[in-house]
Design a protein around this ligand. Structure first.
Ligand SMILES: [Zn+2]
Length: 317
């Protein structure tokens, strides 16, 4: 079989000290370094440029790994520096809302609030800001929501898991956005300060691109693409792409779908990629990629899943 590629995804890479409550589960920098060493015992880590040439039909000598980093987090400055020390390069997928609108992405505001608020206080503050129609859903969830919440968040208490499910899958984007902004301001943080502490600046992205990393698209709003109407989706990606086009050397034809699992993808990924002029789009469908894998549906795994795909026991690609 001809050589294949395994794409690995990272989010937060930081020390856990200074986080009063669990809420995010970062990869610690020393664990990241260990993972790089472990991976390279089995497979070379190739640059995004080499991966791109392979997608275009070029040859690689053996099955190889590509490293990707989502969300444009400031954490990725450290990740890029660690990679560069080993002469490695990665692909970093960024949203444009923080830089263009000075607004944080709801998902990261939630992470920050959860990491800095005791769980019951979080539940209480969030509920108190919910519009009445959604508060009623939280207090008296339908059987369908209860079932889905129980299946998705087995380890949380009933009210906590329903809230988590509503936040992640049901509430409108604007609703979570407004509530989390209000909650941040109760912590003395405005959106601009939050963006500065959370996200890479356009200049930092340009510097990373200049050093050989790929900077690609991750949507403007970080809303699941399945939740947009077709024209809204094209609008979101075109804002994201034109932002990247303003960054020298960025790679606006590469995309990681926000969330990336099947439920979050556009109805017709091939057509979408064609309309949006996306050359390579990464999902969270698990597994290795061959040159026959559709470039609009490239497979990718989370960094917690490396052992299942790369180890003496894992089947060779
Ligand atoms: Zn993301």
């Amino acid at each position: 079989m001809s050589p294949q590629t395994l794409v690995i995804s990272y989010h937060y890479i930081r020390e856990t000290t200074g986080l009063p409550h669990p809420g995010i589960h970062p990869v610690k920098p020393d664990v990241f370094v260990e993972q790089l060493a472990r991976l390279q015992r089995f497979h070379p880590i190739i640059s995004p440029a080499a991966f791109s040439a392979w997608l275009d039909g070029g040859q690689i000598n053996s099955s190889s790994v590509l490293l990707t980093f989502d969300d444009g987090l400031r954490d990725h400055l450290l990740a890029a520096a660690i990679l560069e020390k080993q002469n490695l390069r990665g692909a970093f997928f960024v949203c444009s809302r923080p830089a263009l609108d000075g607004k944080g992405l709801p998902v990261h505001k939630i992470h920050w609030l959860r990491a800095n608020t005791p769980p019951n206080d979080f539940l209480e503050s969030f509920s108190s800001l919910l519009p009445s129609e959604w508060l009623a859903v939280l207090q008296q969830p339908s059987a369908e929501i209860q079932k889905a919440a129980t299946e998705t968040y087995q380890f949380d208490s009933p009210e906590h898991r329903v809230l988590k499910y509503l936040i992640n899958f049901v509430l409108p984007y604007e609703c979570v956005d407004q509530i989390t902004s209000t909650m941040l301001s109760e912590h003395g943080l405005d959106e601009e300060a939050f963006c500065q502490m959370t996200y890479l600046s356009p200049r930092e992205m340009a510097e990373m691109a200049q050093r050989g990393h790929f900077i690609g698209c991750h949507g403007h709003l970080h809303q699941p693409f399945s939740r947009f109407r077709p024209q809204e989706l094209l609008n979101d990606i075109s804002i994201n792409k034109s932002f990247l086009n303003s960054i020298p050397d960025a790679e606006a034809s590469w995309l990681a779908y926000p969330y990336g699992s099947a439920w979050s993808l556009p109805d017709d990924p091939d057509q979408f990629a064609q309309d949006a002029q996306i050359r390579a789009a990464f999902t969270y469908e698990r597994g290795w990629n061959s040159q026959e894998t559709k470039p609009s549906l490239l497979r990718r795994i989370d960094c917690n899943e490396i052992d299942a795909h790369v180890s003496p026991d894992a089947a060779p690609p």
